[in-house]
Each structure stands twice: as structure tokens, then as C-alpha cells.
Design a binder for this molecule. Sequence first.
Ligand code: MG
Length: 290
Amino acid sequence: MKLASITYRRQQRVGIILGSGSCLLLDPEIHGIPSRIEAYLSSEQAQVALAELEANGFEGAVEVGRDKVHLNPPLKDINKVICIGKNYADHAREMGGEPPEIPVVFSMFPSAIIGSGDNIVLPAISNQVDYEAELVVVIGKSGRHIPRERAMDHVFGYCCGNDISARDWQKGKPGGQWLLGKTFDTFAPLGPFLVTKDEVKDPHQLNVCCRLNGEVVQSSNTSSLIFQIDFLISHLSQFMTLAPGDLIFTGTPPGVGAGRKPPVFLKSGDTVEVEIESVGVLTNPIVAEV
Ligand code: MG
């Protein structure tokens, strides 16, 4: 299923995106599905209700055109946004480093999350804002010290993500740590919806593409991930409890603007798209801060 966080006639709803391009609106009163995906993920009862509804062909759900609804980020009110750096060897090298021996881990705040179609705002205090197309893993089941062989049981699904990065703040200031350069408001586009894991045959065989103003700037496949998803979940869970809704940005392939000669940074009027096979297309316009 493709679960979307939808606003329709000023009401928040969980919706199911259909192949036809329309979507089904789920009503908390009628279907027992909360109005937010965050609440759905932490309610076993709601998950059973949705499975039953799906088995019944979503009887009674209202179908509306995609043009009639606003897609919000699928998740925002969540516990953690965990990011993996340098997880494709050629990207590590284009940034002047070597592939790491253990995962490079950093974080963003959930306040940075925006949905597909929302504006990425270029901060006035940066002039080196860059794109990073990434497969994002959504955790569905809480866990600590998760063995690698059971790690995929903790995955709920996948989204496209864009780890927008102010390189001038990421690198060198302050103190060389990455947080501020990565967590400006609007720097974590996520979406356009949340694809449940049953729809993704093999998350380590997905084409990942980024287009800047229609031109392909990143093109790779998750088969090139240095640290695979099951390893990352097991590794991260040695440090912290992973909770439903937590996001893991799995790292970006080569082709980022900072690695180009000359470098290419985002400017007002640009549009950046992240497309991941079986997961969707995440589109965001770029605007200047006013
Ligand atoms: Mg990244």
C-alpha cells in the first residue's frame, strides 16, 4: 500500500494512493484508522483494521482525485531522524574521503521535514545548499539490540528523501559537526507517500535518481549501499531504541553538487526531484528565504 498523509477540505486524513492516480480517504470514525500515519504506526488495532479494510476492497472509503487533496509529509511528528553519511563509496570519494569502516551517523530534527511539493527554503546565511537523493527506511516496530537476521521485521516501509545540506555549515563550522548544516527548516523533504515494505521486492535493488531542473544529476542503485538496511538497523539499535515512525536516511550516491567541477548549488527557481524505483517521485521547488 501507498499510505499518504492528506489534507482534504481542511481535514487531516490517512489516504491510500491508488494506481489510477486517485486516493481513498480513510475516516477515523468509520474505518477506525487514525487521521495521522504516526498514530497508525503505533496502533496494532489500527493496523489490523486497515488490513481488514484492504481485504474488503476498502468498502465505504471515499475516492477523490489527487488534484483535490494536499499531500503532507507522510511522517513529521516522530521521535528520530537518523542519517547515514558516506554510504556509497563513490560519494565518499567525491567528498574527499574514503569509504568508512563503520557507519557514519548523524541526525536531523523532525522540524526539518517537508512533503512533496513544499518549498525548500534557501537560508540567507548559506550560499552552498546541495541536494542528496536517499532511500529512507521507516521503522514500524520498536526494538533495542536487534539481531541482524531479524532487523527487516522492524521495517514498516520506505519513502524517498532528500538530505538537503548547507555545505558551508556542514563542513568546518561549528566544530566540524554536521547538525546545523543539515537541519535547517525544510531541509528534509520526505514523500510523496509511505510505501509499505510488501510493495518493495528488494530494497537493495532499487534505482535511485535525482534530477535538477529535469537533468539527471544522480543515478545509482541501492545495491551499491556500503552498509545495508538490516546491518544499519541492527547497528543503530545497539545504541538507541528504534521506535515506530523513526526514519533512517540511508545515504546518497555520487553526483551531489559539491562534488561537481565547478560545484553546483541550489538556487531560487530550481526544482529538485528524487525518484526511487517502486517508492515514488519526491518533487520540491527551491525558494530564497525572505
Ligand atoms: Mg546524506
